[in-house]
Design a protein around this ligand. Structure first.
Ligand SMILES: Cc1ncc(COP(=O)(O)O)c(C=O)c1O
Length: 384
């Protein structure tokens, strides 16, 4: 088991990378918008410098950077060949590209009722248009945190199922989906495809690529990449074709042929003129993960969450303490009916957290200190 970063390593190696941002109090919403690295500023300037000085010739370094982004994500999610990653400006855009790769008919989808709003809303919108029929798998009503089970998914997957969508780590409960391989194998034996939403596991949990067909994710949270830097991973790009396409997916990019011949390489799932600045914006975060390793950052997050729980417990704050914290993501939960009130109270005291569906979420970053956790606990104790 990898050891967490030591306080000294955090001070000498992590702190110097984050000197430009000003948390203005205690920032514990790192599971939402991640902190910007100092290098992000310089990298975005590099993008602009190419534009200012090279004009049209900027495309060469720009496309190299985009390739580098795609390659780094591919390596971090351990996607094997012939898999490919394509930059999207949202996870939802990645989901739509997958929905639009099936032959035109009403698709049968199996997913949970606990998916993030973007996924949920897109599916409901497709359903309203008659393009999708969704079987929503409900969590087991375990206390205090509901749990999704593999068996409940398996029970809904039939030979009629086209696509199964699963969050690897759930955005509300933090639960790491159990027995993912079992569900994927069952979906495949029913000839259904599987799309994983990795938004809360990318950069958090280092695991071999599960045998999924697609994955979506983004850099907004744990990868310090800000909004707009997301991606779709396709395990076998030549096996499916999406309607979400454009001229950058053509067989010969500058051939100007009037055909629908598609690239046979990594560009098969590209669309029109690609976004570039998002690749520059996200690269420093990807390099941060490569340098410190997801494993080390995970060990640090687990140690911090354990420390925070201990401090909360000492203040009689009923934070949820799972039997096995390794089966949860990078934020801790405080179940509370008055969750919005708690978030506001903390905000008034310059402490930034958030809440979802009855749970206040506390997401530590290596730069959060024990003193900060104690101050949060004291502030919570003073609430009446
Ligand atoms: C699980 C999950 N999926 C997706 C997203 C983002 O979706 P989109 O990029 O479509 O806004 C989030 C953002 O919080 C999320 O938590």
């Amino acid at each position: 088991m990898t050891s967490p970063l030591t306080p000294q390593e955090i001070q000498t190696q992590i702190a110097p990378l984050f000197t430009r941002h000003n948390p203005n109090g205690i920032y514990l919403a790192n599971h939402s918008l991640g902190r910007p690295l100092d290098a992000t500023h310089d990298k975005i300037n590099e993008y602009l410098d190419h534009w200012y000085s090279d004009l049209d010739d900027a495309w060469e370094p720009w496309l190299q950077t985009l390739d580098s982004y795609n390659a780094k994500v591919k390596s971090l999610i351990r996607l094997p060949d012939p898999g490919s990653v394509v930059l999207k400006t949202s996870a939802g855009q990645g989901l739509r590209a997958v929905l639009n790769c099936f032959p035109q008919r009403t698709l049968n989808i199996v997913t949970s009722s606990l998916e993030f709003d973007s996924i949920d809303f897109i599916l409901r919108t497709y359903e309203a248009q008659g393009l999708v029929k969704t079987n929503w798998v409900n969590p087991q009503p375990t206390e205090p945190v509901p749990t999704l089970t593999a068996d409940d998914f398996i029970a809904q997957i039939t030979p009629q199922t086209d696509l199964v969508i699963i969050s690897v780590v759930n955005f509300t409960t933090g639960q790491l989906f159990p027995d993912l391989d079992k569900v994927i194998a069952h979906a495949h034996s029913n000839e259904a495809l599987v799309l994983l939403d990795t938004y809360h596991s990318f950069g958090v949990i280092d695991q071999p690529w599960p045998d999924a067909d697609f994955a979506i994710g983004g850099s907004y949270k744990y990868v310090h990449g800000g909004p707009g830097s997301c991606w779709l991973a396709i395990a076998n790009p030549q096996a499916h074709q999406t309607l979400d396409t454009g001229w950058f997916a053509k067989k010969e990019l500058f051939g100007y042929a009037r055909t629908a011949d598609r690239a046979e390489d990594h560009r098969a799932w590209w669309e029109s003129t690609p976004p570039i600045i998002q690749a520059y914006q996200a690269l420093p975060g990807l390099e941060y993960l490569e340098h410190f390793t997801v494993e080390k950052l995970r060990a640090t997050s687990l140690a911090q969450q354990a420390q925070m729980s201990q401090i909360f417990r000492d203040h009689n704050i009923p934070i949820f303490e799972p039997e096995d914290p390794t089966q949860f993501g990078a934020f801790s939960l405080l179940p509370a009916e008055n969750h919005k009130e708690i978030v506001n109270h903390l905000k008034q005291n310059n402490i930034k957290v958030d809440s979802r569906n009855g749970f206040v979420r506390f997401g530590p970053h290596p730069l959060n200190t024990t003193e900060e956790f104690a101050l949060v606990a004291q502030t919570l104790s003073k609430m009446n």
